[in-house]
Design a protein around this ligand. Structure first.
Ligand code: HEC
Length: 144
């Protein structure tokens, strides 16, 4: 029990440290060894899109290289294996466990390469007719 607790704590500390430290680190492009084209199919076949969307934008943003965990292949692999290989009994229902038996390192790295292509580039609100109408309406009703 204590062992599980300690490794649970370790994994969450590693994850949050990776996020904080790597976010603060200078933006040096990390190595990408996988194949993004193969990764695209795997991203859908292994269900990543179901929670992370078609472009990695959402609560856990994978786009635009903002995720500390996505800053290096090594950290990403540790995160992916943490609850399967490193600590199988770690209870969580948030993200599935991806052991090497179901997703090889090479496949995981292909997915990594695909995720690294994600860019979040929403159009300017002003370029959308509906948004423009809402902005105009709000501006016309604003107190002088
Ligand atoms: C059932 C929903 C679900 C699926 C399917 C899923 N994830 Fe996640 N993912 C999450 C949640 C929730 C988190 C937040 C951290 C956690 O729960 O450990 C997360 C976090 C992450 C992160 C870290 C993001 C950060 O916070 O910086 C990465 C990278 C990631 N997922 C990659 C993947 C990949 C690759 C796949 C497919 C092989 C996948 N996820 C499938 C729900 C999911």
């Amino acid at each position: 029990m204590i062992k599980i607790l300690i490794s649970t704590l370790l994994i969450s500390v590693v994850s949050s440290l990776a996020s904080t430290v790597l976010k603060a680190a200078p933006a040096t492009p990390a190595m990408i060894s996988g194949n993004a084209d193969k990764g695209e199919a795997l991203y859908y076949n292994h269900g990543c899109y179901a929670c992370h969307g078609y472009n990695g934008i959402g609560k856990h943003n994978l786009a635009n290289d903002v995720s500390g965990i996505m800053m290096s292949e090594a950290v990403y692999l540790i995160f992916l294996r943490a609850r399967s290989e490193l600590n199988p009994p770690l209870p969580t229902q948030r993200m599935p466990h991806y052991p090497e038996s179901s997703l090889s390192d090479q496949e995981a790295l292909d997915i990594y390469a695909y995720i690294r292509t994600f860019k979040d580039t929403p159009p300017e609100a002003e370029s959308n007719a509906t948004m423009r109408a809402i902005i105009n309406s709000a501006q016309s009703q604003a107190p002088q």
